[in-house]
Write a protein that binds this ligand. Structure first.
Ligand code: NAD
Length: 319
């Protein structure tokens, strides 16, 4: 049977890697993206693939979305389009609400009219992290801190996906990502600490570490290489879990240590300065991904040093 997947935000960093994977797996891929942060260059290798359709448009455009569903009748949706920045959501919560929830609702209205089989919804394990004490990790069952509009819209989106699944009969997986990095990531938003540092380092410009006074090495995060993220999406399309799964390595790394690792892998030596943290930033975040392993057999395979080494190789090829 033909498999057609709608990838929203497919011209973005993660979405473009997913479009490539789904085509390689034999899906028809329909990608919608308004290119607000995505880029057609990310789709250069697949834009002429006979099973690939690109639609430039906004997920909040109800008429366009309904037409797209009517024409392509996707069996699956992988929803990556979003306002993705914690800091920007604090500055402009209305925009965050509009893209992340009104946009989702526009898609769900289409699902009511044109039923699907599987919905993959992307959430944020970092922003939804519980308050971490000692050497614990954040699990899916923990209560999230919800200290930014972005955390609130992603969490509410999860609940809509679950509620609509019960009402309209699709299977789903919510993938709660840690901090993802890899080729095509651009330095912006919440998710850009590695490309922001890297851009500065390659230009021999000092970077700024935004942190709390009692955390001299910076806030902590869990970093996952994009190939691992592609793999869990592949698995979630094959075997729905009907629950939330964390996508993390379980390794808690301070931002200063990330900076030092980038310097080492790229063989550079550039200064870094301290500043106060941004509103909405969680202090510590590290994910327990045991549920992803139990339900999908997924485990992060690419350690940080290996991921940064692959990123360096990719940038050298692109030169
Ligand atoms: N990168 C990370 O570390 C990380 C961590 C947690 C969650 N996420 C989530 O993963 C998803 C993808 O993030 P990314 O890092 O690839 O970012 P990205 O900015 O590269 O991708 C988002 C894509 O969505 C598109 N888009 C935004 N608003 C749109 C709209 N209204 N209509 C149509 N398209 C729209 C953008 O143009 C872009 O191509 C987002 O949902 C983000 O919240 C990312």
């Amino acid at each position: 049977m033909e498999k057609t997947i709608l990838v929203t935000g497919g011209a973005g960093f993660i979405g473009s890697h997913l479009c490539e994977m789904y085509l390689a797996e034999g899906y028809n891929v329909v990608c919608i993206d308004n290119l607000v942060s995505g880029n057609m260059n990310n789709l250069a290798d697949i834009s002429k693939h006979p099973s690939f359709t690109f639609v430039q448009g906004d997920i909040r455009d109800a008429e366009l979305m309904m037409q797209l569903f009517k024409t392509h009748r996707p069996n699956q949706i992988n929803h990556h389009a979003a306002q993705k920045s914690v800091a920007y959501s604090v500055e402009n919560p209305s925009y965050d609400l509009d893209v992340n929830l009104v946009g989702l609702m526009t898609i769900l209205d289409c699902v009511k009219a044109y039923p699907i089989e599987i919905f993959i919804y992307v959430s944020s394990g970092g922003a939804l992290s519980k308050k971490i004490e000692g050497d614990e990790k954040s699990a899916e069952t923990d209560t999230p801190q919800l200290i930014s509009p972005y955390a609130l819209t992603k969490f509410t989106g999860e609940k809509y996906i679950e509620m609509y699944a019960a009402q309209y009969g699709y299977d789903f997986t919510v993938v709660r990502y840690a901090n993802i990095y890899g080729p095509r990531q651009v330095p912006d938003g919440e998710c850009g600490v590695i490309p922001i540092f890297l851009n500065n380092i390659l230009a021999d410009k000092p970077s700024v570490l935004m942190t709390y006074p009692d955390m001299p090495n910076g806030c902590t995060r869990d970093y996952v290489y994009v190939a691992d993220v592609v793999e869990i999406n592949k698995l979630a399309s094959e075997k729905p879990t009907n629950t939330v799964v964390n996508v993390g390595t379980g390794e808690e790394i301070a931002i200063l240590d990330i900076y030092k690792e980038i310097l080492a892998v790229f063989e550079k030596d550039v200064a870094i300065f301290m500043e106060a943290p941004r509103a909405g930033d969680v202090r510590r975040s590290v994910l327990d991904a045991g549920r992803a392993e139990n339900l999908l057999g997924w485990k992060s395979e690419v350690a940080l040093h290996e991921g940064l080494t692959r990123l360096r190789a990719d940038l050298e090829v692109a030169k």
